[in-house]
Structures are given as structure tokens and as C-alpha cells.
Ligand binder design. Structure first.
Ligand code: GLN
Length: 485
């Protein structure tokens, strides 16, 4: 087996046994990036020198008997998580040369274990999008079919993991941006419970929804990475002081008696591609063969999730993005000599069309006299969605659903049609609105070549069950296809 195709867990074992060094692993990954990323465009910045230096330090630590789960493992990071060692662009011109003065908490946690960070990953600008076409640095292509979207907004992360250009990655999920690209690229993506992982140093998009999550080749790898980044952080007031479960130790066990809820509304959604439906239902049948029991449930307000999300997220974004004014961060239009025209020009030039659209939408929704009608109303709908889940989880332990209504579509299909793109988020948004954890696990291929993910949603802070079900499914279904590159 080639080194770049190792999983995190496999690499950890080889490092431990002294059969491979972190420098060798890191070199293999960098060579892979050199060979493929011209075609895929998953990275915005690669840091070969920094990565090799970190790998040498990791090898020293391992030689001294100081090996943690991630010591010496080459990882890559979505480019909206602050890193001191590399620029953090958020896929935007406005932050093109921005170098954060501090590391995000998740980066510090990786560094504490001497993980190796090889580069920063492409994304829709400020994480707004479902295709990774809305990046100032060009679109990322899906490694399974270079003419298709990898999904988004963490499309660079999903593509890099799928194409073995890193062993695992961190993405962020505000409305599906970890799960949906994971589904389209045939990798695992986990959105943790809101508050499980510190958001300190995660550039804010919609603060009441954002979470950082692992994107990996296997569910067992996701368990290891989640364990490393989860936990309370005094620097993030929304992080929850609850003990972190030992996820990797809780992957085994049978599924007998597990109740799997199938939300009626999800499977009756107009626009659910029959190929997706067939693959997802096949996956549910595998779980039933393993002793799980299905129950039909109802999430009656889920049909309002898209409308509620596309008021709440742009509203919060319009406020969060007010800070990019040409004064404090990133680019400035120096030709303007007057304050207001400097603001206007910097923001018009610095932000792309999708970001501007959302700022306008959000500013309107929050403007005097409209707050109750829009943000207030959407928040009420959000409460109803939360309550739907509360009722549903009385009847089931996990919910199984599609991730996206169709397989990855062709690049360009929705660039000028934002509404169609928004509608494709129909199955992922509710988990963010409710703050519950959700995972996408590869469960088959449409037309024998386009990956489809199975989405599993659980109760607050029950990531362990999702990871266990995902891991057991993986073992039983034996899905091992890789993109031909
Ligand atoms: N696709 C959704 C959006 O465009 C979700 C993005 C995300 O999760 N960051 O807002």
C-alpha cells in the first residue's frame, strides 16, 4: 500500500511500530499534492517546509516514546480556521494575505499532539455555498469526476481526503458543509453537537450554527480526530463543559435493538433523486440485517428548514462580516481618500457575489421594523424544528436520511441559480438549526461512479452512537471504492 493512501489509524500504528516515519508520510502526501492538485485545486496554501519541519519534530517525539494519536500525522485544514503559520483567507480576496496573530483552539490541540499541518483548504467564500465554486481562488473539482462539484463549502477538504492529499482534514459545518461534500466525495464527515468543539479561531459565518468537524477516510479516524479536538474551551463561551467520551473505544458492539428513525418527510421530498433513495435505502437494509429496527418518524417542520436557515444564516453573517471594513483586517482600497468610499470600495471589491448577496439579504432581514417578521419568525420556526427532533428521539435512537437530494452535479450548474443551490441543503440544515450531531458515511455509488452518503443524526452530545453505527455499517457493507486518479 502506498503511504498516502493510509488511514489515520493505520498510519498511527506504523509510526508506533517504527515502520514508517512522519517525514516519509509527510513527503508522500506532499508528492501527492504536487502530482494532483493542479487538477483538483483543493489547496489554497501548501506549506511543505513547515510540514517537514513539524514531521521531524514528531519523529523525535516518537523516538522518545512520546506518541499521541495524531503525532506525525499529515492533516489539512479548511482555510477559515486561524493558523499563525499560514495565511487564513476564508476563500476570499478580502483576506487574501491575512495572517492571523493566533492559532485557533483546535489548531493548538493538534499542535499539542505534534500533528503535521500540510496546508489550508479551498472553500466557498466565508463558507457560503454548497459547491466550492464560490471561492476567490477558483473551484475545487470532485476527484471522482473532475467535471463535477465536490460539494461545499468544505469541498477542498473533502476532495483532499478523497484524493489522499492528506490523511484527514478539519472542515466546518454551518448548514451541511462537512456532511454534504463528504457525501459527494465518498469520505466520512462529522458535524459535532453545537458546543462540543471550540469555535475560538474559527472565522464566524453564522455564530449560532457553526461547528468544526472532522473529515476522514473512515469512521474510526473521525472518532480519533473528534476526541482530539472536542472539549470545553474557556475562550469560547458556547463550548460546553461536558466530559469528552472516549469515542475510539466505543466503536465496537452489535446493533441489536437499535431503533433507526426514518423521517417520512425526507423520503417524500420532491426532488429526491431515485438513485440516492435507492442507495440510502440499501444502506438502511444493511443496518436492519445487523439487528437494527426501523421506525417511521415525522419531522413535520423540516419543510420550513430551508426558509428559516436562509434568514438566520445571512442575518448572522451580515453582522459577523461587518468587521471586514478595510481598516482592521485584510485588503484595503488605498485609492479611496474618504472613509465611506473606502468602506464601499473595499467591500465591493473584496467580497464575491454570493457573499454580497447574503450580506444584503441579512442586513435587510435585520433592519428596523423587519426583525420580528424575519429573524424573529425564523427563530420561532427553529424552536419548532428542535421540538420535532425531541419528539422523534422518543421513538428512535438515531435518524437515517440522505445527505443531499442528488449526487454531485456538474460544475457551473447552479452558479447563476442560488435558489437551486440553497434548496439542495434541504436534508442537512435541520441538524444545525437543532444543534444535534450528524455524520455522513459513504454508503454506495450512483451510476457506479458517484459517491452517496448516508446521514445519521443523533441526540445532543451522542456522537459516540453515530460513530459506532457508522463504523459497524462500514464493516458490514465493505465499501472501499476509491476515485481513479
Ligand atoms: N450550503 C449552506 C450555505 O450555503 C451551508 C454552508 C455551511 O455549512 N458552511 O450556507
Amino acid at each position: 500500500m502506498q503511504l498516502h493512501s493510509l488511514t489515520l489509524v493505520q498510519a498511527r500504528r506504523l509510526l508506533k511500530e517504527g515502520r514508517v516515519s512522519s517525514v516519509e508520510l509527510t513527503r508522500a502526501v506532499i508528492d501527492r499534492i504536487d502530482a494532483l492538485d493542479q487538477k483538483i485545486n483543493a489547496f489554497i496554501n501548501v506549506d511543505p517546509d513547515g510540514a517537514l519541519e513539524a514531521a521531524r519534530r514528531a519523529d523525535e517525539a516518537i523516538a522518545n516514546g512520546d506518541q499521541h494519536d495524531l503525532t506525525g500525522i499529515p492533516l489539512a485544514i479548511k482555510d477559515l480556521i486561524c493558523t499563525r503559520s499560514m495565511p487564513t483567507t476564508c476563500g476570499s480576496r478580502i483576506l487574501e494575505n491575512f495572517r492571523p496573530p493566533y492559532d485557533a483552539t483546535v489548531i493548538r490541540r493538534l499542535a499539542d499532539q505534534k500533528a503535521v499541518i500540510v496546508g489550508k483548504l479551498n472553500m466557498d467564500e466565508f463558507a457560503m455555498g454548497s459547491t466550492t465554486e464560490h471561492s476567490a481562488f477558483g473551484p475545487t473539482c470532485n476527484p471522482w469526476d473532475l467535471e463535477r462539484i465536490p460539494g461545499g463549502s468544505s469541498g477542498g477538504a473533502a476532495a483532499a481526503v478523497a484524493a489522499d492529499m492528506c490523511l484527514a482534514a478539519l472542515g466546518s459545518d454551518t448548514g451541511g458543509s462537512v456532511r454534504q461534500p463528504a457525501s459527494h466525495c465518498g469520505v466520512v464527515g462529522l458535524k459535532p453537537t453545537y458546543g462540543r468543539v471550540s469555535r475560538f479561531g474559527l472565522v464566524a459565518f453564522a455564530s449560532s450554527l457553526d461547528q468544526i468537524g472532522p473529515m476522514t477516510k473512515t469512521t474510526a479516524d473521525a472518532a480519533v480526530l473528534l476526541k482530539a479536538i472536542a472539549g470545553h474551551d474557556p475562550a469560547d463561551s458556547t463550548s460546553v463543559p461536558k466530559p469528552v467520551a472516549d469515542y475510539p473505544c466505543r466503536l465496537e458492539g452489535d446493533l441489536k435493538g437499535l431503533r433507526i428513525g426514518l423521517p417520512r418527510e425526507y423520503y417524500q421530498t420532491e426532488g429526491l433523486d431515485p438513485r440516492v433513495e435507492q442507495v440510502v435505502k440499501g444502506a438502511v437494509a444493511v443496518l436492519e440485517d445487523m439487528g437494527a429496527r426501523t421506525v417511521e418518524i415525522t419531522l413535520p417542520h423540516s419543510r420550513h428548514a430551508v426558509a428559516a436557515y436562509y434568514v438566520i444564516a445571512p442575518s448572522e453573517a451580515s453582522s459577523n462580516l461587518a468587521r471586514y471594513d478595510g481598516v482592521k483586517y485584510g485588503m484595503r482600497d488605498f485609492e479611496q481618500t474618504e472613509l465611506l468610499s473606502m468602506y464601499n470600495s473595499t467591500r465591493s471589491r473584496g467580497f464575491g457575489a454570493e457573499v454580497q448577496r447574503r450580506i444584503i439579504l441579512g442586513t435587510f432581514a435585520l433592519s428596523a421594523g423587519y426583525y420580528d417578521a424575519y429573524y424573529g419568525k425564523a427563530s420561532q420556526v427553529r424552536s419548532l424544528i428542535i421540538d420535532d427532533f425531541r419528539q422523534a428521539f422518543k421513538l428512535c435512537d438515531v435518524i437515517a436520511a440522505p445527505v443531499a437530494p442528488t449526487p454531485a452535479y456538474r460544475l457551473g450548474e447552479t452558479v447563476d441559480d442560488p435558489l437551486t443551490m440553497y434548496l439542495s441543503d434541504v436534508f442537512t440544515l435541520s441538524a444545525n438549526l437543532a444543534g444535534i450531531p450528524a455524520i455522513s458515511v459513504p454508503c454506495g455509488l450512483a451510476d457506479d461512479r458517484l459517491p452517496i452518503g448516508l446521514q445519521l443524526m443523533g441526540t445532543h452530545f451522542d456522537e459516540a452512537t453515530l460513530l459506532k453505527v457508522g463504523h459497524q455499517f462500514e464493516k458490514a457493507a465493505g465499501i472501499s471504492a476509491k476515485p481513479q486518479l
